[in-house]
Ligand binder design. Structure first.
Ligand code: ADP
Length: 647
């Protein structure tokens, strides 16, 4: 299993990691979501229950308000926002009168017949107003107040025609004091006060007109006279004409007046028929009104009262004002505000509660539970996010570590097999030559010498390999001592190239050296580094067999380059190849022998000399390795420790 794991490539390793990490992460998220869902369901259930309980409380409170209002059906003042209508054969009475504008068929005052005035009116209309006046004045002293009223009206009329304004006004003022009689179906005082306004206008007395109209308007709106709609509207139109502004009509009073008209019509329709339900909500001209009926009395609960009752009832619960609504059977809102679509609504039907409305309760957004839930959801989401982040971060780090370890393990395996191969070739040659020498005692001296030379070369190769490995071990452990001494760069390079050329038959090595450049160097180590670069230049140039070595002055000191025209190095490998055990892809593909240690050793040695190494290359065209040393390194010798520190 372990072996198989190391053999996985990075894609497969990533897939393995995903396979290990994703299921628990997904499970965690799923569990979190489930938890949230359950929490939400529980909360919704709790909220529903609490809304149901609140609904019962509201129903009780509304029932109480209705019963209290019902008690005022027969007597006492009608509660705020309600109007009590008393119906009779002849008309409707509204209490309090100032909560309506007009009423249908208002109870009328008695008034004088025209008979007593026939004679005087004949004179008046023949153009002898003056002769009619004494007759009217006699009648104006009558015991019968209705006749008195009729006479005063006619006296005022005569004076008005004659433009005797003061006398006409005096007569009207006396008439205006008579509050229990009527003229042509209109209360006598209203007739008189309207006429006073007209005279003030005709006589161009603006001050008087303003005062009279203002008091007439306030009395009309205070419900002083029980008028039917045409009479009310006629008076209002006159007032508007005199004042020049329109009378602002309170919508609820208008509605109360409409309700009065409606119940009057209903009564006429159902004479001898069924009695209306004691509680009901009717919609008149688009506006709903709640009616409580008993015998011939009806208490109209106007929207402001229903609204107030609902508000009071809701305030005793944990719900907010906007969460409750009363609707008529046909769906019109009686009180409360319409809830936005999509909000869960709990309905309490009139058939169950006994109320004349359907009550709708919606869940409050700002309920404490909702806030708690939101907080829990935030916490859980943050926790989940943190766990996911940790999981992702941890997995990534683990993946990196495993990936690196795998790479190292692979490199080490490759190294062992590479080293074995390196040993095998010279060992095979040694064995073969030894056998040949052993088999034939009569070998020609010349041939025998060739064999001995081959033995020497292979032994040297093995020796160098072993030394290289030991050197690397010493470098790695920091045990390698460096003796830095002034060294002639050109001389050292020429010597290494000369030695190397003996081994590199078939290759030409061009030298281009600037003389007189001195380095502080450990000659053995520098030789080793140069040898490795030359060895690579030859190994990786199977076709273009020319290598160029140069020694030059450099701004940083001295630069030694080894250039070839071989395989070249792909850009992605140019940094990596200086790490131990790392071999190029091409080197492995082409089966070129090597251990992956050469450049790591070069890098080590150069750094220990305080220098740097760089590579320039073009794939398929060759590579140039350049090592640069500082010009003035004055130390005689450095300990391995120091060398490493320098590195
Ligand atoms: P080795 O040569 O034993 O593989 P090195 O550390 O010397 O190890 O080199 C590492 C890698 O760098 C080589 O495997 C090869 O791919 C690449 N390399 C080094 N020198 C050259 C060169 N002169 N031309 C092309 N590739 C080179």
């Amino acid at each position: 299993m372990g072996q198989r794991l190391w053999n996985l490539n990075s894609h497969k390793l990533a897939a393995l990691f995903l396979a290990v990490v994703v299921p628990p992460a997904a499970t965690l998220v799923w569990l979190g979501l489930q938890l949230l869902q359950q929490d939400r369901a529980l909360l919704a259930q709790r909220e529903l229950e609490s809304r149901q309980a609140a609904g019962q409380t509201i129903v009780r409170s509304l029932e109480q308000s209705l019963s209290e209002a019902g008690r005022h059906l027969a007597e006492g003042p009608a509660p705020e926002g309600t109007v009590r209508f008393s119906l009779s054969e002849i008309g409707v009475r509204a209490e309090p009168a100032n909560r309506v504008l007009w009423i249908p068929a208002p109870a009328r005052f008695q008034e004088a017949a025209s008979v007593p005035f026939v004679e005087a009116e004949a004179l008046e209309f023949q153009g002898s107003g003056q002769r009619a006046l004494p007759l009217y004045e006699v009648l104006a002293r009558s015991h019968d107040r209705h006749i008195r009223a009729g006479a005063l009206l006619r006296i005022a009329r005569v004076f008005r025609r004659n433009r005797r304004w003061d006398s006409a006004l005096e007569s009207y003022r006396r008439l205006a004091l008579m509050t229990t009689t009527a003229i042509d179906g209109i209360p006598a005082d209203l007739v008189a006060r309207t006429a006073i306004c007209s005279i003030s206008e005709e006589s161009d007395n603006k001050g008087a007109l303003g005062r009279e109209v203002a008091s007439l308007e306030s009395d009309l709106l205070a419900g002083r006279w029980a008028l039917d709609r045409p009479a009310w509207e006629l008076t209002a139109a006159k007032i508007e004409q005199w004042t020049g502004h329109s009378i602002s009509i309170d919508a609820e009073r208008k509605q109360a007046s409409d309700v009065a008209g409606w119940i009057w019509e209903e009564q006429k329709r159902s004479v001898g028929g069924t009695h209306p339900a004691p509680r009901r909500t009717v919609v008149i001209e688009g506006s709903p009104a709640t009616l409580l009926s008993q015998d011939s009395r009806v208490l109209a609960v106007l929207p402001s009262a229903a609204q107030a009752w609902l508000g009071r009832a809701i305030s005793t619960t944990r719900l907010a004002d906007g969460n409750g609504r009363l609707v008529a059977e046909s769906g019109e809102t009686v009180a409360g505000s319409t809830s936005p679509a999509g909000v869960s609504a709990l309905r309490f039907f009139g058939a169950e509660t006994g109320l004349p409305w359907t009550m709708i309760l919606t869940a409050g957004d700002s309920s404490v539970e909702a806030k708690e839930f939101a907080q829990r959801r935030r916490l859980l989401s943050a926790g989940l996010a943190a766990i996911m982040l940790l999981l992702a971060g941890g997995s990534y780090i683990l993946w990196r570590v495993v990936h690196r370890e795998m790479a190292v393990a692979r490199q080490q395996t490759d190294f062992v097999s590479a080293v074995s191969h390196e040993f095998r070739t010279p060992l095979a040659s040694l064995r073969h030559i030894t056998e040949l020498l052993d088999e034939d005692d009569n070998l020609a001296l010349e041939r025998r010498r060739t064999f001995y030379q081959a033995l020497g070369r292979n032994t040297e190769r093995l020796h160098r390999l072993v030394e290289s490995l030991l050197d690397f071990a010493r470098l790695e452990s920091g045990r390698k001592p460096y003796r830095l001494e002034p060294t002639d760069a050109a001389q050292l390079v020429e010597q290494v190239v000369a030695d190397f050329a003996k081994d590199a038959r078939g290759y030409s090595i061009d030298l281009d050296v600037v003389r007189g450049l001195e380095l502080q160097a450990d000659a053995d180590s520098l030789t080793h580094a140069l040898w490795n670069l030359l060895d690579n230049a030859v190994k990786y140039s199977p076709e273009q067999r020319t290598v160029r070595v140069s020694v030059r002055r450099h701004p940083a000191g001295v630069a030694i380059s080894v250039e070839d025209h071989g395989l070249g190095i792909p850009p992605r490998e140019r940094k990596e190849i200086f790490r131990r055990f790392v071999r190029g892809e091409k080197a492995r593909e082409l089966g070129i022998k090597g251990t992956g240690l050469g450049l790591a050793i070069v890098s080590h040695i150069v750094k220990a000399h305080g220098g740097t190494v760089e590579v320039e290359s073009q794939e398929g065209a060759g590579s140039a390795f350049r090592i640069m040393f500082p010009a003035a390194v004055k130390r005689k010798s450095v300990s391995p420790l120091c060398a490493n520190e320098e590195a």
